[in-house]
Design a protein around this ligand. Structure first.
Ligand code: GAR
Length: 213
């Protein structure tokens, strides 16, 4: 059985998707938030999962916060640590400590649109496809070997809200999938690439579709 700790900062809908997936061989040992009022904490508690809060506002610097966070995480001896809408930048030491067992979901097709406000920036850039990425975390923000991505079309008339909703629906599909692959030990890191054993490959995606497609 693989032990998983999930870190959240807010609503926690991605954490919820992972919990609901009931991945065979995985046990969600704890959900930890840096915000005491994170909505996802109630869902976790209601599902019998241990919860904890490590409130970043009570620490004087990033290193002290990360050390406290690592202490809370490590008390559960996790095989995998999952950042599910965890909105704090982590120190290099923290990332190194969890090297190869720390993953994140980012709401863009990395390496495009690292950082914040990804959907707004995708609309402003006029891209025709957008999406979301699950990747291993490395010291550089929103970098690291990509495990899975989902692509969605950007449609005429999209607003930040409609595009966000379209991406979020796909996040709820690919994040549990990535966790499942890791639990099944099918994911191998090779340099800056993550290889997934036995993953199916599919054809081209075009947006907007030309008339003859
Ligand atoms: C998700 O869209 C996730 O990709 C994003 O925050 C949202 C959290 O939603 N993460 C980041 O922006 C990380 N830089 P959730 O709390 O409902 O899972």
């Amino acid at each position: 059985m693989k032990s998983i700790v999930i870190l959240i900062s807010g609503r926690g809908s991605n954490m919820e998707a992972i919990v609901r997936a009931a991945i065979p061989g995985a046990r969600i040992a704890a959900v930890i938030s840096n915000r005491p009022n994170a909505g996802g904490l109630a869902f976790a508690a209601a599902h019998g999962i241990a919860t904890a809060v490590v409130d970043h506002t009570t620490y004087t610097d990033r290193a002290a916060f990360d050390a406290a966070l690592a202490g809370a995480i490590d008390s559960h001896t996790p095989d995998l640590v999952v950042l599910a809408g965890f909105m704090r930048v982590l120190t290099a030491d923290f990332v190194r400590h969890y090297e190869g067992r720390l993953i994140n979901i980012h709401p863009s097709l990395l390496p495009s649109f690292t950082g914040l406000h990804t959907h707004r920036r995708a609309l402003a850039a006029g891209v025709r496809v957008h999406g979301t990425t699950v990747h291993f975390v490395t010291a550089e923000l929103d970098c690291g070997p990509i495990i899975i991505q989902a692509v969605v079309p950007v449609m005429a008339g999209d607003t930040e809200e409609t595009l966000t909703a379209r991406v979020l629906a796909q996040e709820h599909r690919i994040f549990p999938q990535a966790v499942c692959w890791i639990v099944e030990e099918r994911v191998r890191i090779e340099g800056n690439m993550a290889r997934v054993a036995g993953a199916r490959e599919s054809g081209v995606m075009i947006s907007p579709p030309p008339e003859d497609v």
